[in-house]
Design a protein around this ligand. Structure first.
Ligand code: SF4
Length: 347
């Protein structure tokens, strides 16, 4: 008899885990709280993915297509786990949807509850939601995805744009002292896209450190050398309104050691990643550990980053910490295979 495995979350990690397991003949129940699959890339209409600018729709669309077309996967849209109990080495979970509630017994579980974008309105110095022309990287991604990148205040193309890095990350005042890993690379990618789209638009990036790790460093050099993006080591203290419907970045150039005040048509905040909204509730229901930032805590970060502290429950993707989609896919494979091994061993 085929194994039954529960996957919670239909973003890139959950989709990839589901497809791999289904290809092994497993009966997969994929529970997604939204009415659609694809997670944040779908929700915020990401346009291109770094490092090679693959259209996000192609990548996420392929993951969705594989999951939706596999007869071994039952997708529960707009659904949640309303009850969860251990049953020996197995698990009884109640899945609540608009159609009602269904309780099933599962051999193992993969939790892939993803992440949330940090809300920059929580830090008043950035004036997010105060000025129309201050947006963040997810807003920009959505605008680009809709082919509608203009100044929200007047509908015109911007003449200059500033990116501000480390918004809501590496910030003890906010409570997120960790680095979100991907926002440097996303910002550099978006700066290149802006320069391609609007060759006359000046683009600045204000940074504490540039962390375009690994091969993503190529994008950083490309941005400077081929696209003339101005990359300035500086801290922004405040964003205020400026003359002629501009927004002014006030800060300090920490290399030249001098204050600056520069008016921009638009400011883009590189907001970081926080734990998934569902993760605390799922952690409580399932009985798995959550860290102090709202991410799910692996049992051993080095040896088994895909394993929770509870036998038979595995973790995949950005629910355990900030990471790129490619890393989520790798982890989803590891979580799926370990969920399968656990299920087979405890038949
Ligand atoms: S990836 Fe870059 S922008 Fe994001 S938190 Fe780390 S250093 Fe800051």
């Amino acid at each position: 008899m085929a194994e039954n495995i529960l996957i919670i979350g239909g973003g890139p990690a959950g989709l990839h885990s589901a497809t791999l397991l289904a290809e092994l003949g497993v009966n997969v129940s994929l529970v997604e709280r939204e009415s659609y699959l694809g997670g944040n890339p779908k929700k915020f209409k990401y346009k291109f993915l770094f490092p090679d600018m693959q259209p996000a729709d192609d990548v996420i669309g392929e993951l969705i297509r594989k999951a939706e077309s596999n007869a071994n996967i039952k997708v529960y849209y707009s659904s949640e786990i309303s009850d969860f109990k251990e049953n020996g080495k197995k698990f009884d979970a109640a899945i609540k949807s608009v159609a009602g509630s269904e309780t099933k017994t599962f051999d193992s579980v993969v939790v892939a509850t993803g992440f949330e974008h940090f809300d920059p309105a929580r830090d008043a110095k950035y004036s997010y939601q105060l000025f129309d022309d201050v947006i963040d990287i997810k807003d920009l991604e959505r605008m680009m995805g809709e082919n509608n990148f203009v100044r929200p205040s007047n509908g015109l193309p911007p003449r200059n744009v500033a990116f501000i890095l480390c918004v809501g990350s590496r910030d003890r005042h906010i409570g997120n002292q960790y680095c979100s890993r991907v926002c440097c690379t996303v910002s550099v990618k978006q700066a290149i896209e802006l320069r391609e789209h609007f060759p006359d638009c000046e683009v600045y990036i204000f940074y504490m450190d540039i962390r375009t790790y690994g091969f993503f460093e190529d994008l950083y050099w490309q941005a400077m050398e081929e696209y003339d993006v101005q990359i300035v080591k500086g801290r922004i203290a405040e964003i205020t309104s400026g003359p002629g419907n501009t927004v002014v970045c006030k800060g300090e150039d920490t290399l030249l050691r001098g204050p600056f005040e520069i008016p921009f048509d638009m400011v883009v905040l590189a907001s970081g990643m926080e734990g998934g909204a569902q993760s605390p509730e799922m952690a409580k229901k399932i009985g798995i550990e959550l860290d102090e930032h709202g991410f799910l805590k692996p049992q051993n970060i080095t040896l088994s980053p895909f394993k929770s502290n509870k036998d038979g429950v595995f973790l995949a993707g950005a629910c355990t910490g900030p990471k790129a989609i490619s890393d989520s896919i790798v982890e989803a494979g590891a979580a799926a295979m370990n969920a399968y091994i656990y299920a087979v061993k405890n038949r």
